[in-house]
Design a protein around this ligand. Structure first.
Ligand SMILES: [Zn+2]
Length: 480
């Protein structure tokens, strides 16, 4: 129960005079009906083939628009490329607070059909799961956002801020037609104080939800290319300047390098909170990275790098050599060889400073370190842990899952990088997923993808809780 102050009571009484039922006990959804309908929309969306490339997200946009039209929720299609449409819908509030935006992307990554037990676009239900490309990335978020909009409208929930829904195209590598286009050309339609999107979620271990992450910022990808140059010559006469040898040395040094550990508000809270709920033998490593003692930090980092590499990546700007090219025939020493590094920078990283560090690590004048001219995605603000939105999400996690919420920095990129760059504080959420499911090949981008039906429904509940607690009109007015 929410603490009710005297000031609040006055408001409740005032509201009661105009609409007694609503003000005193807000109508709750009939969850059995909601679950039936959730599954219907979810399966329908999974059955729309929106694999990207080519995308064809218009299919999903039109489906969603038709649902909104039937409900009388104003919605419009926004498209830079007609086949790659986005859809935006809005429920009006009193405007006392700035809007809340709920986002989900409608495109999915491609599939290798031969690897799927259940066809990727059939939305097959089997043993409590729904199978299909997009089941956890990201038609789960799209469906939960849609259901929340429908419920807000049908229950006529009074809102003190607009609630906006955006289903965007092109998240998987073509942001130009999706969030890039919407933020650049239709910002007023989606401008908000807060936004919710993919990127977090509850973690189940052994069938039990243990905690839920809320993504509050993400690393930024920026490519770096290593170019080694030497003298070309006949392969029968080895040369000290051989570009491949120089490149191989540089790649090996970068591969062995772990750049300095740098924590921010989110990662510090992440490791602290994770330590508090982890078994002692693992928790010691999470606490270790927070230690002021560099030897302890180093030992913890070594352990994470070997056992939990994603956590190691959260500690620093990371560089992974992923493409290497050089030479064209065995008897010619090439004059040039190149390697492409996937560099994921901490949000506040200075790219030039980092490249300079890398040059020192490589320590070879024959190897050029070239930073790609710009970040693929814009720079955004870190979403605050002391914001009303984070607190509402935390409380909703507690109510729906009864576990702690943990802020997390994403090591990959999401569309939130664009909305954050427009000053919107964004939070990544998601359904509960079995930690064991990823390694078994059922996760996002895997050769199969699935979600537990029960967790899809619980995610809709979570969305509803979070959105209503942030936007519902009869919340206590701040005292001032
Ligand atoms: Zn996604």
């Amino acid at each position: 129960m929410r603490h009710v102050s005297l000031g609040t009571l006055a408001i409740v009484v005032a509201l009661a005079a105009t609409s007694p039922a609503r003000a005193q006990s807000p109508r709750q959804p009939n969850w059995a009906d909601v679950e039936r309908e959730t599954l219907e929309h979810f399966q329908a969306l999974l059955r729309l083939d929106t694999r990207n490339p080519p995308g064809n997200e218009r299919r999903a946009a039109e489906y969603l628009k038709a649902v909104f039209d039937r409900e009388g929720i104003p919605a419009q299609i926004l498209a830079l490329d007609s086949s790659r449409a986005n859809v935006v819908a809005r429920l009006k509030g009193t405007g006392r607070k700035r809007p809340l935006l709920i986002m989900g992307h409608t495109d999915v990554v491609t599939v290798d059909t031969t690897k799927w037990t259940h066809p990727p676009f059939a939305a097959t239900r089997d043993s409590g799961y729904v199978y299909g490309r997009g089941a956890v990335d990201d038609k789960d978020n799209v469906t939960a956002g849609l259901m929340t909009m429908l419920l807000l409208k049908r229950l006529n929930v009074p809102l003190d801020r607009d609630v906006i829904f955006l289903a965007e195209s092109g998240e998987e590598g073509n942001t130009r037609v999706g969030i890039g286009f919407v933020t650049e050309q239709h910002l007023p339609e989606i401008e908000a104080e807060y936004c919710l999107a993919e990127g977090g979620g509850a973690t189940r271990i052994g069938g039990q939800v243990k905690y839920s992450t809320i993504q509050t910022l993400e690393k930024r990808g920026r490519g770096i290319e290593l170019i080694a140059r030497g003298v070309a010559g006949h392969g029968s006469v080895p040369l000290a300047s051989n570009a491949i040898v120089h490149l191989a040395g540089a790649v090996a040094r970068v591969g062995a390098w772990r750049p300095e550990i740098r924590l921010n508000e989110t990662t510090r809270a992440y490791f602290e909170r994770l330590a508090a709920i982890s078994p002692p033998d693992v928790a010691q490593h999470y606490r270790g990275v927070l230690s002021a003692d560099s030897a302890v930090r180093r030992a913890a980092d070594d352990w994470l790098y070997e056992h939990e590499p994603r956590h190691s990546s959260m500690l620093r700007t990371s560089a992974s050599p992923n493409v290497i090219a050089g030479g064209y025939r065995s008897n010619v020493i090439p004059s040039e060889a190149r390697a492409t590094l996937d560099v994921r920078m901490l949000p506040d990283e200075d790219a030039d400073r980092f490249a300079e560090e890398m040059r020192k690590v490589i320590n070879d004048p024959a190897v050029e370190v070239r930073v790609s001219p710009s970040f693929g995605r814009p720079t955004g603000v870190e979403s605050r842990l002391d914001s009303e939105a984070f607190k509402a999400l935390e409380a909703s996690v507690r109510r729906v899952y009864n576990v702690p919420a943990i802020p997390v920095m994403g090591t990959g990129a999401t569309d939130m990088s664009f909305t954050r760059a427009k000053g919107i504080q964004c939070f990544g959420i998601g359904p509960a997923i079995d930690m064991e499911d990823g390694p078994r090949g059922f996760g996002a981008h895997s050769d199969q993808e699935r979600i537990l039906e029960s967790e899809l429904h619980r995610f809709v509940r979570f969305n509803w809780e979070a959105v209503t607690s942030l936007a519902r009109g009869e919340r206590p007015r701040a005292m001032n």
